[in-house]
Design a protein around this ligand. Structure first.
Ligand SMILES: [Zn+2]
Ligand SMILES: [Zn+2]
Length: 128
């Protein structure tokens, strides 16, 4: 009956490694989530409201331009819309752009219509 206890440890170690990697990634990228929890979803420059789905257009600007400076109280963060963030960095071209949404990178999840409908119509139209 006994002797099964030691089998768990290897799986647990893998889990710990995966968890450490995930935590590391989260530390690098998670400041956006944290900033969105601390600050109102309003562009700090133009004052536009980005609550709801539009929050994707809000980016996190680091006031001291140091990505590694992410104090938990959010004092180094400012939420800027992509346009104002662009303006804020217009003078420095090597900006922190990785946290901005990429144009065209958004996937449209809504596939409500039949993607083959157009194809069927096309095939029907192909008569001699
Ligand atoms: Zn703005
Ligand atoms: Zn910035």
């Amino acid at each position: 009956m006994a002797g099964q206890n030691s089998r768990d440890s290897s799986g647990q170690r893998e889990w710990l490694i995966a968890e450490a990697k995930r935590a590391h990634l989260e530390r690098q990228q998670g400041y956006r989530e944290r900033a969105l929890k601390i600050h109102p979803w309003v562009c700090a420059m133009c004052g536009r409201d980005f609550s709801g789905k539009k929050v994707r257009e809000l980016t996190v600007h680091h006031l001291d331009h140091n990505h590694d400076n992410n104090p938990p109280d959010g004092s180094n963060w400012e939420l800027l819309c992509v346009y104002c963030h662009d303006n804020a960095h217009s003078r420095e071209l090597e900006a922190e752009w990785h946290d901005a949404p990429t144009p065209g990178g958004d996937q449209e999840p809504a596939v409500t219509h039949n993607p083959f409908a157009g194809l069927a119509a096309l095939l029907k139209g192909q008569k001699g």
